[in-house]
Design a protein around this ligand. Structure first.
Ligand code: ADP
Length: 244
C-alpha cells in the first residue's frame, strides 16, 4: 500500500536521508528507532510532504510521486492528503477549543460542512476518551490529553496512513500509557501506522516491523523479536545497549 524508493533529502549540502526504501502493507504498524539526528523526523516529514524530498519516489494507495523528476502540485496535494501526522509537542492551536482543533482540518482544508465536521469530531473525541473536554482549551488539559486531541485531529483528516513523531517523549511518565493505549487500539482496528518512538515495549507489543535508522540510512529491519533480541548489525546492538 505504501512504497518508498530511494528517498533522499538534503538540507543545503547536508545529506540527511541517503536513500530510504520501505514497503508497508495496509493495516501494518512500522516502528522506526535510531539515535537522535539519524533522520527519523525528516523521514516522516518527507512522507507527509511537510518537507519536499530531494529525490526518490513515494507511492501511497496508487498515488505516485517521483521527486527525481518534477512533481505536479496536484500529485503532491494527493500524497499529502493520504497521511496525517501526530507531533511530539502536539502542535494544537492554543486559541481554539479542543473541538475546534479537531474540526479545523476538515472544515478549512477539506471544506467539509461545519455540522458534519462537528459530528465526526465529537465521535473522534469519544474514541480518544475526551468527550467531556470538547469545549476546553488546550492549556486546560494534561499533556496526555493534549496528545490524544492531537491523535483525534489527525484522524479527522481520514488518512490512509498515520505518522507519529515521538508522540510520548514530551510526556510525564505517568501520562505515557494513556496515549500508547489509544495507539494500540488504532493498530488493532487496522490503521496503518509509522511510529518513531523510544517506547520499546510498545514496539515489542504492536509493531509488525521495526526499522533501525542511523545517519540517514536503514541499517537493519525485521520483526521486533529479531531486531531486539537478535540484532545482526553492530550499530543496532550498540544503540539497543544504550537505551535498555
Ligand atoms: P531524528 O528525528 O532522528 O533526531 P532529524 O530528522 O530531526 O533526526 O534530523 C536529522 C538531521 O537533519 C540533523 O542533523 C538535523 O540537524 C538536520 N535537519 C533537520 N531538519 C533540518 C532543517 N530544516 N534544516 C537543516 N537541517 C535540518
Amino acid at each position: 500500500m505504501i512504497t518508498v524508493k530511494s528517498l533522499h533529502k538534503k538540507f543545503g549540502d547536508v545529506d540527511v536521508l541517503k536513500g530510504i526504501d520501505l514497503e508497508v502493507e495496509k493495516g501494518k504498524v512500522v516502528v522506526v528507532i535510531g539515535p537522535s539526528g539519524s533522520g527519523k523526523t525528516t523521514f516522516l516529514r518527507c512522507l507527509n510532504l511537510l518537507e519536499t524530498p530531494s529525490s526518490g519516489e513515494i507511492v501511497i494507495d496508487n498515488v505516485h510521486a517521483n521527486f527525481s523528476i518534477k512533481t505536479t502540485k496536484q500529485v503532491t496535494d494527493e500524497v499529502r492528503r493520504k497521511s496525517a501526522m501526530v507531533f511530539q509537542h502536539y502542535n494544537l492551536f492554543p486559541h481554539m477549543t479542543v473541538l475546534e482543533n479537531v474540526m479545523e482540518g476538515p472544515v478549512s482544508v477539506q471544506k467539509f460542512p461545519k455540522d458534519k465536521a462537528k459530528e465526526s469530531a465529537l465521535l473522534l473525541l469519544k474514541k480518544v476518551g475526551l468527550s467531556d473536554k470538547a469545549n476546553d482549551y488546550p492549556h486546560q488539559l494534561s499533556g496526555g490529553q493534549q496528545q490524544r486531541v492531537g491523535i483525534a485531529r489527525a484522524l479527522a483528516l481520514q488518512p490512509e496512513l498515520l505518522l507519529f513523531d515521538e508522540p510520548t517523549s514530551a510526556l510525564d511518565p505517568e501520562l505515557v500509557g494513556e496515549v500508547l493505549q489509544v495507539m494500540k487500539d488504532l493498530a488493532k482496528e487496522g490503521m496503518t501506522m509509522i511510529v518513531v518512538t523510544h517506547e520499546m515495549r510498545f514496539a515489542q507489543d504492536v509493531a509488525d516491523e521495526v526499522i533501525f535508522m542511523d545517519e540517514g540510512i536503514v541499517i537493519e529491519r525485521g520483526n521486533p523479536q529479531e531486531v531486539f533480541t537478535n540484532p545482526t548489525e553492530a550499530r543496532t546492538k550498540k544503540f539497543l545497549n544504550l537505551i535498555q
